[in-house]
Design a protein around this ligand. Structure first.
Ligand code: ZN
Ligand code: ZN
Length: 373
């Protein structure tokens, strides 16, 4: 897809352009001194905190306190007014806290101030209530995983899997009574649970985003890596179907209206290869914890270089992209995708190819490859 004129200008410091060698890249508009922040993004379209960190990371600012459970769990009292105003079906007796934990009252309140946030909390709460039963039935055997990973994958196999969901499974569910529908919930693992929450948040954010805003527009034209990723890990096709089926059965109507197969495939297909890791702040790269991942469409146009001129930093719930050397006008602006810059050439290049599906052709790789051969 071509880049619209106004999407080219994500930042005053650089322009996104189609390159002659394929793909898009960011080129500086002028000389940029070292230390300049060329992009700051504060609103991700979706975040996913790994299951093991679900109570240990603040869901507003991503603070972490050495594996201690966060101080504030979402309680019924803090959401009861929102529940009443939105007429949603969450009762005080059964409220589990929607799986939301915060480092402070301040962070909790700031999260709750997001317009319409109760709609998302309702989804999280419904999912949390059903999750133990779904997890109990999940088949963790390696036989099952090997079986699912041996499926041959092509564009048409992916398409027919989704056609079957749309033409056979969905009409069947549509004709069921609510209690019967619940009995059709598939078994899911902790990973799927986290992914379902990620999709819920993405649907919620997209629902209330201005379609003209830069985040929305860049999200729509993000490159999907669905085929490359599923070809490498065929089990993901099954994984995606479980995510969709769970959401289709559980989502309240306001968000279920948003849920279509093409949108789910775009959300997940663009997450592969475009998501950034959420890393612990203030720790060295080798010892910091990986909490999960998030998607910032505007920040997805940087290419990778093994000698990057821009460094990513996380600051609370935003990401900053800072120039680490003086950049000349017209130079390409690159980041490091993987945090593997210290690895030997071949190992580093294999890692990039496996995770991001490209053979790195950066200057450093070209130079180092010449000396390897
Ligand atoms: Zn916090
Ligand atoms: Zn390279």
């Amino acid at each position: 897809m071509t880049i619209d004129e106004d999407v080219r200008q994500i930042s005053p410091y650089f322009q996104v352009r189609q390159t002659t060698w394929g793909g898009r890249a960011c080129f500086s508009n002028g000389n940029i001194p070292k230390g300049t922040t060329v992009l700051q993004v504060a609103k991700s379209t979706g975040t996913s905190i790994s299951y093991e960190f679900r109570k240990e990371v603040c869901h507003n600012c991503f603070a972490y306190n050495n594996a201690r459970t966060m101080k504030c769990k979402l309680n019924y009292d803090s959401v009861k007014d929102l529940i009443r105003d939105a007429h949603c079906q969450i009762s005080s007796k059964k409220f589990l806290g929607a799986g939301l934990w915060f480092c402070s009252e301040h962070c909790k309140n700031s999260y709750l101030q997001t317009p319409n946030i109760i709609e998302l909390i309702e989804c999280y709460e419904i999912l949390l209530r059903q999750f133990p039963n779904m997890l109990k039935r999940y088949d963790t055997s390696t036989e099952q995983e090997n079986k699912l990973n041996s499926i041959p994958i092509s564009e048409s196999i992916i398409q027919s899997a989704w056609d079957e969901i749309e033409n056979s499974w969905m009409p069947l569910i549509d004709n069921m009574k609510p209690t019967k529908k619940i009995s059709q919930l598939p078994p899911i693992s902790e990973d799927e649970y986290c992914c379902i929450r990620f999709v819920c948040e993405s649907l919620f954010n997209l629902k209330y985003m201005d379609p003209q805003c830069m985040t929305y527009r860049t999200f729509n034209i993000l490159q999907s890596n669905e085929l490359s990723k599923i070809s490498k890990f065929p089990v993901l096709l099954h994984f995606q179907k479980l995510v969709f089926q769970t959401l289709y059965i559980l989502l309240p109507s306001h968000l279920r209206k948003m849920l279509t197969i093409p949108l789910l495939r775009h959300i997940l297909g663009t997450e592969y290869g475009n998501a950034f890791g959420i890393w612990q702040e203030g720790e060295a790269a080798e010892s910091r914890e990986y909490f999960g991942y998030w998607v910032f469409p505007e920040a997805s146009y940087f290419n990778h270089s093994c000698n990057p001129n821009v460094t990513k930093h996380r600051k609370g719930n935003s990401m900053l992209f800072k120039v680490n050397t003086d950049i000349k006008k017209g130079e390409q602006i690159c980041i490091d995708y993987s945090g593997v810059l210290s690895l030997p050439t071949l190992e580093r290049r294999n890692f990039l190819a496996d995770s991001w599906f490209f053979d790195c052709a950066c200057e450093r790789c070209v130079l180092e490859l010449q000396s390897v051969h």
